[in-house]
Write a protein that binds this ligand. Structure first.
Ligand SMILES: [Zn+2]
Length: 259
């Protein structure tokens, strides 16, 4: 029965070299616009989603509208939602209000230049600032997806949070070792088999809890073939659980209506 299914937003974060550019780890002189997460991983992911009849939200850094306009148009053409994830993945927590407003506007302009209407925002790093929801609303965005907290509506913007244990990168990246330790999870990264088992167990927990939330996968995690296989297995597991899987924007509409 549809009413007993727990809403789950299927989301993917990050694309291309944007984060490496922001962190200064992109080698000087290496050409832009041919990153393997776009040229190799994304087509595989889109085929995996098509084969399962799944639609997702792709939170991409808006610089990708310049670097990969065809890839973003294809996301939309294949039924997926494009969301705003900063310009180059600027760590959102602690940004001053003018910087927030400027990044939001610059990104929305770049998306609009491709004819993409973007309604959702996920803060790079996961944390909003106190004024962020109001600024999102003034920029014309209608929902956001930060780390933690309860689903609901803040300053006119639907909030559809994610939990770290439902993020693939949280379990496999060295940079999240300290965060894992704070959550009582092992400091050591999981291998692909353990990643698949853990995400599937967390999805079962999510379905049983009954509150809307998000699964967060990353194309860069899928750059490792074993991890891509784990992502595919997790997508397979969705069909066997009492979940209503949609792009986040569709769940956000229901949240705003108070459902
Ligand atoms: Zn991110």
């Amino acid at each position: 029965m549809a009413g007993t299914r727990t809403p789950l937003a299927l989301t993917f974060d990050n694309l291309g070299e944007a984060t490496e550019l922001e962190r200064g780890t992109w080698p000087a002189g290496r050409p832009l616009g041919r990153h393997p997460t776009v040229t190799e991983v994304l087509p595989r992911l889109l085929d995996l989603l098509d084969a399962r009849g799944l639609r997702a939200t792709f939170f991409v850094e808006a610089i990708n509208a310049r670097l990969y306009p065809d890839a973003l148009r294809e996301l939309a053409a294949r039924g997926h939602e494009v969301g705003h994830h900063g310009w180059r993945h600027e760590t959102w927590s602690g940004l001053d209000p003018d910087a927030e407003a400027a990044i939001l506007a610059r990104g929305l302009d770049a998306f609009a230049a491709l004819g993409l209407r973007v309604a959702g925002f996920r803060p790079p790093g996961g944390d909003l600032n106190p004024g962020t929801p109001g600024r999102l609303a003034r920029a014309g965005l209608s929902w956001c997806s930060p780390a933690g907290g309860a689903p609901g509506v803040r300053d006119g913007v639907a909030v559809l949070p994610f939990r770290w244990p439902l993020v693939d990168a949280y379990h496999v990246m060295d940079r999240f070792a300290a965060l894992r330790a704070r959550h009582g999870d092992p400091r050591a990264p999981l291998d692909a088999g353990a990643l698949r088992a853990r995400l599937t167990a967390e999805l079962e927990r999510h379905a049983a809890a009954g509150r809307p939330g998000c699964l967060v996968l990353h194309p860069f995690v899928g750059a490792d073939p074993a991890h891509l296989e784990a992502q595919a297995a997790v997508l397979d597991a969705l069909a066997g659980l009492p979940l209503d899987v949609r792009p986040g924007g569709e769940i956000a509409v229901a949240l705003r209506r108070g459902l």
